[in-house]
Design a protein around this ligand. Structure first.
Ligand SMILES: NC(=O)c1ccc[n+]([C@@H]2O[C@H](COP(=O)([O-])OP(=O)(O)OC[C@H]3O[C@@H](n4cnc5c(N)ncnc54)[C@H](O)[C@@H]3O)[C@@H](O)[C@H]2O)c1
Ligand SMILES: O=c1ccn([C@@H]2O[C@H](COP(=O)(O)OP(=O)(O)O[C@H]3O[C@H](CO)[C@@H](O)[C@H](O)[C@H]3O)[C@@H](O)[C@H]2O)c(=O)[nH]1
Length: 463
């Protein structure tokens, strides 16, 4: 069997590498329009940082895993074609700021229709609004060479930072489709390493909608605990104690109850806004409002964190040096999309703080580009003043100690393990006094740091 995957991103790359590793008899060809991304997949510096990914890629690459930009050839040769392209929030025209931009999906479908001959299975791997498969089928049915297609929905549930674990041992694999033969063909691929009872099959629409729903529920838990963290800060209740107390109720469960500076990542916000848009489209105003509140609460949490920094530093951070530890949206990834750090840094920059940023996996170029985008207006234009602000007030360094040196405050924005193990006495000695620490991930030892002399503020803890 030959598989092609269009889109060599955070999903296409790792997912296909895992299929190739587990199924040596299947030839897997991953294609992308982005030449530099493909070059990186073919090198030792993969474009995606994920623990364990390099080993998986190295095992299969050159054997039954290929990365290239030969989109047409890969489509023509494949029996099964995964579409794993990006589906970002639309930022123009109808549904701007809410609807998913399906331009890339549609282009893939048109390309498949144009190039294919015979019969092929097309698998939606990207996260899509419910009923997208209807449009995909319509486009495919116009194939000029008389090719025929089955369309399946097979949403991906991996989380970044644990992608390899998640792919190796998923909670479930979801396959939605009408053709039993096509569903079986895809189930047989996963069945090479995933237990059959974990492979769930549904109709196409349930599968598409389950992906948006799963992300909405997960994000809702984070917003719920973050909402309670604000109340904890006012009442001397401790958010970690509350999480533990409610999480031991087996009906609630302990996962996804870690209070934070706010959820980030390319998926949660985008998928909830898409759900909100769909509900509005179907006239379900109350349902739309209900889910939108999850995003509103998340924005509040990020804003609240920056405001707390300013308020507790005597109401001004202007010209003060603040060390930013962590810029990725969570640990163990180099992904910064929608990271809470972007918005906290933006708000601090607007207060004229001087930021010294350190992240073990994120490059200076990415940090600067994210901040410029966050400061620009809706049309993407950035004022000269804001460009200057980033140029003069943002420094990116290679070390957490360097960042903290001579700083008035440290803000922990990503929960990288290395931040737990630093020499805090040494850090305290090099900082301005009072030495403030704002722990946006609740990973630091408050008692120890307080004893050293730090003034520490954490999420959902009162001072
Ligand atoms: N990132 C995640 O953890 C994750 C997890 C589950 C699901 N998803 C979903 O999977 C999809 C992909 O997400 P991602 O994070 O991998 O995106 P990404 O931006 O990292 O990768 C998408 C890739 O598709 C390529 N592409 C776009 N149009 C193309 C075309 N016509 N032909 C060839 N290549 C094309 C882009 O160049 C890009 O490299 C999205 O719908 C996302 O919501 C993402
Ligand atoms: O208790 C928690 C759990 C998560 N987060 C934050 O929530 C965001 C998302 O985290 P996570 O869900 O672990 O990572 P993602 O890679 O965004 O994965 C989500 O989004 C993917 C894309 O759709 C789905 O495939 C996954 O199942 C879903 O977990 C990150 O900023 C986390 O720091 C918290 O603040 N507290």
């Amino acid at each position: 069997m030959k598989i092609c995957c269009i889109g060599a991103g955070y999903v296409g790359g790792p997912t296909m590498a895992m299929i190739a590793k587990q199924c040596p008899e299947i030839s897997v060809h991953v294609v992308d329009l982005n030449q530099s991304r493909i070059d990186a997949w073919n090198s030792d510096e993969l474009p995606v940082y994920e623990p364990g990914l390099y080993e998986v890629v190295r095992e299969a690459r050159g054997r039954n895993l290929t990365f290239s930009t030969n989109v047409d050839q890969a489509i023509a040769e494949a029996d099964m074609i995964f579409i794993a392209v990006n589906t970002p929030t639309k930022h123009f025209g109808m549904g701007a700021g809410r609807a998913a931009n399906l331009e890339f999906i549609e282009k893939c479908a048109r390309q498949i229709a144009k190039v294919s001959e015979g019969h092929k299975i097309v698998v939606e791997k990207s996260t899509l609004p419910v009923r997208t498969a209807e449009a995909v089928k319509r486009i495919l049915s116009s194939s000029s060479n008389g090719a025929t297609f089955d369309v399946l929905s097979n949403p991906e549930f991996l989380a970044e930072g644990t992608a390899i674990e998640d792919l190796l041992d998923p909670d479930r694999v979801l396959i939605g489709g009408e053709s039993q033969a096509a569903v079986k063909a895809l189930a047989d691929v996963y069945g090479q390493w995933v237990a059959r009872e974990k492979i769930l099959t549904t109709n196409l629409w349930s599968s598409e909608l389950s992906k948006l729903t799963a992300n909405a529920f997960l994000a809702q838990r984070v917003s719920s605990i973050n909402a309670i963290s604000a109340l904890c800060e006012e009442t001397e209740a401790d958010i970690d104690e509350v999480s533990r107390a409610i999480g031991t109720d087996s009906r609630i469960g302990p996962k996804f109850l870690k209070a934070s500076v706010g959820f980030g990542g390319s998926c949660f916000q985008k998928d909830i806004l898409n759900l909100v848009y769909l509900c509005e489209h179907f006239g379900l105003r109350e349902v739309a409002d209900y889910w939108e509140q999850v995003v509103i609460m998340n924005d509040y949490q990020k804003r609240r964190f920056a405001e707390r920094i300013c308020r507790t530093m005597f109401n001004t951070v202007s010209d003060k040096k603040i060390a930013i530890w962590g810029f990725a949206f969570k640990k163990d990834t180099n992904d910064t999309r929608e990271s809470a750090a972007i918005y906290v840094c933006r708000d601090l920059l607007r207060e004229r703080a001087r930021l010294v940023i350190y992240d073990p996996k994120v490059s200076k170029e990415t940090i600067v580009s994210e901040l410029l985008t966050a400061l620009s207006d809706l049309s993407g234009t950035i004022s000269e003043t804001d460009r200057e602000l980033v140029q003069s007030n943002v420094t990116v360094v290679n070390d957490a100690y360097d960042a903290a040196n001579n700083a008035h405050a440290i803000a922990v924005l990503t929960e990288w393990d290395e931040f737990r193990e630093l020499d805090y006495e040494r850090i305290y000695d090099t900082m301005q006094k009072p030495a403030f620490v704002y722990d946006g991930r609740n990973i630091l030892d408050r008692q120890k740091l307080t004893k050293i002399g730090f003034e520490i503020f954490a999420i959902g803890k009162s001072n």
